[in-house]
Design a protein around this ligand. Sequence first.
Ligand SMILES: Cc1cc2nc3c(=O)[nH]c(=O)nc-3n(C[C@H](O)[C@H](O)[C@H](O)COP(=O)(O)OP(=O)(O)OC[C@H]3O[C@@H](n4cnc5c(N)ncnc54)[C@H](O)[C@@H]3O)c2cc1C
Ligand code: SF4
Length: 327
Amino acid sequence: MQPFAYLRADRIEDAIAASGPDARFLAGGTNLVDLMKSEVERPLRIVDISRLPLDRITETREGGVRIGALVPNADCANHPLVRERHPLLSRALLSGASPQLRNMATTGGNLLQRTRCYYFMDAAFDACNKRRPGSGCAAREGRNRIHAILGASEQCIATHPSDMAVALAALEAVVEVHGPRGARRMPMEDFHRLPGATPQRDTTLEPAELVVAVEIPPGSFARASTYLKVRDRASYAFALVSVAAALDLRDGRVHEARIALGGVAHKPWRAREAEALLRGATPGEAAFDAAARASVAGARPYRDNAFKVTLAQRTVARALRVAAGIA
Ligand SMILES: Cc1cc2nc3c(=O)[nH]c(=O)nc-3n(C[C@H](O)[C@H](O)[C@H](O)COP(=O)(O)OP(=O)(O)OC[C@H]3O[C@@H](n4cnc5c(N)ncnc54)[C@H](O)[C@@H]3O)c2cc1C
Ligand code: SF4
């Protein structure tokens, strides 16, 4: 492991001042430390943020839920406000990693975890534009079973691994960030980015910007919602495909729908076209199958992952049936 300086920050301002392009924030350490050991991440400075006062879940004045960046994933999944108002988020969190990891992993760290692309995770492979810009993409011609089918680029076909991010995308959460130029808020949809020509950037965060919280606005999606994750093992595995689905049902019709997919793109993939199809529809197989087909419109599979197109459609249709209570 490359030598690095270690600093522990007690105040948000100190953490931001101590950070920069060569530094990394350390929260639970469950992703960063692994990547440092394998020399995928080589920061010169580690800014330990684990003591910052960002570990609370509170209700906002508007009736939303505010989750601090350092709330452990396990606490978030089990918090009464999350369980009662956003069971979809609770399910997503509990489907991720293992109990021990969920005790350490934090909100901010979960959203900022790096891809699980084999060629990114192993520094022995030279060609990885995300790890070494301009070096190529070993996954395009290599093993690409777990890779993206939507929104990929010539430079990178990696997927984002977070379950929590998929649920937060469907719930239209807002991410609050503090940085050298002050505070800003952005919709979850604008937080992660597609790879384009700069796959080394997973998010729209600037150097030294710190995630302080995510806020879920009040909504009417609690009851008719679910998170469905399909993976190679029943637990302790990342999603091949996952779906966060939430329906606002009124008078026997779909008033509004939210669908986000995980495991298929470089960011949580919001299926807007499918959502539009469902608006005003009678909940049932015909409407849900049409939405499922629309949710993978434009999919472009690679050698080993064509199965994901069918899998994603079936998972969307099933998630909608479960959410509507007709599974
Ligand atoms: C074996 C294994 C299985 C797993 N399975 C799953 C799974 O199924 N689903 C899933 O979603 N996840 C899974 N994970 C990933 C796990 O959820 C992440 O490792 C964890 O959420 C990262 O959180 P952390 O607090 O430990 O982050 P850290 O490792 O401390 O940090 C991760 C990154 O985020 C940055 N960071 C942390 N906090 C902030 C902040 N507040 N602001 C700005 N930057 C920040 C760090 O600088 C670093 O770059 C798994 C992990 C392992 C090891
Ligand atoms: S898919 Fe992205 S992360 Fe994987 S090898 Fe290609 S450039 Fe690297």
